[in-house]
Design a protein around this ligand. Sequence first.
Ligand SMILES: Cc1cc2nc3c(=O)[nH]c(=O)nc-3n(C[C@H](O)[C@H](O)[C@H](O)COP(=O)(O)OP(=O)(O)OC[C@H]3O[C@@H](n4cnc5c(N)ncnc54)[C@H](O)[C@@H]3O)c2cc1C
Ligand code: FES
Length: 511
Amino acid sequence: MQSDSGATESLWMDTVEMASFPPLTDDARAHVCVVGAGIAGMTVAYLLARAGKAVIVIDDGPIGGGETGRTTAHLCNALDDYYSRLAKLFGDQGARYAAESHTAAIQRIEAIVELEDIDCDFERLDGFLFLGDGDKREVLMDELEATHLAGLTDTGLFKRAPIDAFDTGVALRFPRQAQFHVLKYLNGLARAITRDGGRIYCGTKAKNIEDGTPARVTTHDGHTIIAEDIVVATHSPINDWMVMHTKQAAYRTYVVGLRVPIGAIPRMLLWDTSDPYHYASVHQADKADADYEVLIVGGEDHKTGQAQNTDERFTRLEHWVRERFPMAGEVIYRWSGQLLEPVDGLAFIGKNPGADEHIYIVTGDSGNGITHGTIAGILLTDLITGCENPWTDIYDPSRISFRSATGYAQENFNVAEQYASWITPGDVGSADEIPNGSGAVIRRGMRKIAVYRDASGNVSECSAVCTHLYCIVDWNDTEKTWDCPCHGSRFDAYGKVVNGPAITDLEAAAG
Ligand SMILES: Cc1cc2nc3c(=O)[nH]c(=O)nc-3n(C[C@H](O)[C@H](O)[C@H](O)COP(=O)(O)OP(=O)(O)OC[C@H]3O[C@@H](n4cnc5c(N)ncnc54)[C@H](O)[C@@H]3O)c2cc1C
Ligand code: FES
């Protein structure tokens, strides 16, 4: 499958043919226009269509071509930010709603798989959280207590996870988690959305989103979609210039997939408590006559646009795997993707902050974005159809959490520091130093230029100034993209925008 979000290919992208839909070629009208066809947009569209709404989904690429195609697809109510922290930030009731909503999301996916007969390898399994190097048992004890207070009364401490490959040491078990093939699932949703009268347009980029009665989406090709409500499910909200991007930070995360003998590793989800943490699971190879399974392991996260030698991350991950899973064979997948980490740990799902009445957003996915995206489907359908939902406040994009003020200040101080790149030298002195298939920023007088040399040695140049809020982009050699260290906008090697919040391409390099 072709992805517009990077050069690498995930296990899911390699093993599915996505349903394709033509671009929008005329003006259109619907009850709800959903911008973005990842897990969030497709789940919102599916549930709204089931509720009788006329929906239009547009995406500038293929379905699932954003971060959803790059996930590792653990479906869990074990949350990245830990219930002990969420209880401090949102109170005991807030932590209970977080647990309830993620549990409901897994159940909802399971129910949809069954109802719509989606063949997507959905399976229930247990998850185990174990200690990273040097971490203390108290971390797990605290989390055990916090999960019980949050209503997950079936979690428990085990001496070790039930796996022979290596001794995890003491582990906290989260029962009835799940995994699936996310792109097969999205194909199933697409089939159901169109059956229920929904329309999907790929290759259709939203350029402008305007609140009102009715609200309007204008596409890059000049067409207008008129709708009562608009849902912006573009991962990073492209309708927001500033507010939401101060409440979350963009991180890259890395995954390797290795061959393992069938049945050698029991089916379970594994996470350690390291920071950044490692996450692991086993999946069928999904190739005809494959006599192996695929162990996928992720981690090595760093702030987008703020790390050199991204390829070394894969080497370190492989090393981590080989120390623990001696049966692991050849590395057959390497991919990376982007996460948006909310400063207080929960996604932002609801009405766009400010005066907007008919624009809804979903963002701040963190490493739980598949369940957060599914929660968005449930919650936004309720909000749009006028039903009350008890989760509204904890996911409200307008919320301000004073208890997360330190994290907020740290992330935004880090952003401010990135502007220093305006006065530093270039990565290299001239384009001659850039190897084929690579890129680097060079300084030319007062300007910084993003220079890419393709595999045949042809050089192309554009301005290195991000079109969002003018930070200097950085070359990502793994995905062959220009990544912005401030709020995570990304551009392909020739400067075409692939990830918001920027919505316009890098400018041509003048003179
Ligand atoms: C390596 C990795 C591992 C992960 N592991 C897990 C996990 O185990 N469990 C979990 O729950 N979560 C996980 N996540 C997080 C999860 O995958 C993501 O949060 C989730 O897929 C995001 O879905 P989304 O629909 O919000 O965004 P996306 O899938 O990125 O969809 C947004 C869509 O919007 C489109 N778009 C953007 N701008 C425009 C525009 N202007 N006009 C039209 N369309 C536009 C894009 O093309 C894209 O298709 C992981 C993420 C990564 C990267
Ligand atoms: S993403 Fe905000 S300045 Fe680049």
